[in-house]
Write a protein that binds this ligand. Sequence first.
Ligand code: ZN
Ligand code: ZN
Length: 285
Amino acid sequence: MEKEMSYGSDHKYIPATSIGSGIGIEVLPDLYNHTVQIVNFQLVGHPETKDFVLIDAGMPNSADEIIGATEERFGSDARPKAIILTHGHFDHIGAVIELVKYWEVPVYAHELEMPFLTGKMSYPEPDPTVEGGMVAKMSPMFPIEPINLGDRVEQLPTDGTIPYMPGFKWIHTPGHTPGHVSFFRESDCTLIAGDAFVMVKQEYLYKVLTQEQEISGPPRYLTTDWKAAKESVMKLEALKPLVAVTGHGLPMSGDLLSESLERLVREFDTIALPDYGKYVDGKLH
Ligand SMILES: [Zn+2]
Ligand SMILES: [Zn+2]
């Protein structure tokens, strides 16, 4: 018998949006980025082949929008081969249960993210006191209780490959969460970074304002290990990506991307690290 999947009891619609909401961008012929309210998901695969995966699963109540965008790109009744998660925060798994039921596809995530996806462990509470303005202050309303995907979620293969994503490898990029992963394709230096770093200013993340394109560290109020977060950004910068999509904000490429990433590494303590907050111990090296 199949086990019941369930969201955490604090799962709910979050009334936050950005001007990018509902907009999809074809970043590459086989990489599509779509914004649901304030978070991105990606469809990876060429529309002609029908072989594709969904990266992350949007905000609570967004299943119809994700299915709609998927069918618009891949045709009616199209369904991905799998859903691959960068991590399990509420804004990346918001519609995953509805999608798994509708498409009947497996979900993959990193081994260290499993407790948060199988109902075993809650994420640490967001830090509303962290430097970061209004977004941080509204963070106590963000769901943190674990979703339970039961046996529908599987661990990513240990050899770095990703099911149904030929050419891509997963890279462990902890810090924002323990089992956070990013995805990199060496042949054209394409990076899907999740929340390891994002492309929108911290204070604009959940605001009805411009999605000004500017690199930033991982979302502050939910990041608990800043030393690991910095090492993860260094790891990604060393790959010298030419195109990057992230969990929040617009895609970025070329010189702007390389210069922004270099600057984020060089000035991580000023750009990314909050000046104060309960998960900041000031002992970064
Ligand atoms: Zn996150
Ligand atoms: Zn996020």
